[in-house]
Design a protein around this ligand. Structure first.
Ligand SMILES: [Zn+2]
Length: 95
């Protein structure tokens, strides 16, 4: 029986897998396109100390930055990072 919960400062592997799965789904990527997730320190004022960079090795490659640690990235964060680029042409045609 394990009575002690160990806090983990780094994102869990399962969560990184989840972020990759969301990215793949939102971008409608083929399964063979590699996605790499890294955490970088952010020095911008008002930002959390860590930010998550999602690099999609498609042609051309795409990079998305989320101003949160990888462990805190939610589906909504990801949609917010990806949507402005993908929806730009739709928004333009509605006006
Ligand atoms: Zn930042």
């Amino acid at each position: 029986m394990n009575l002690f919960k160990q806090p983990r400062p780094t994102a869990k592997a399962e969560h990184l897998q989840q972020i990759k799965a969301w990215t793949q789904e939102l971008l409608d990527l083929p399964a063979e396109v590699p996605i790499s997730i890294s955490q970088l320190q952010c020095h911008e004022p008002g930002c959390p100390p860590m930010e998550t960079v999602i690099a999609v090795m498609s042609q051309p490659p795409q990079t998305f930055k989320i101003h949160a640690a990888a462990g805190d990235v939610t589906l909504a964060d990801l949609q917010g990072a990806i949507a402005p680029q993908g929806l730009e042409s739709n928004i333009g045609s509605l006006q």
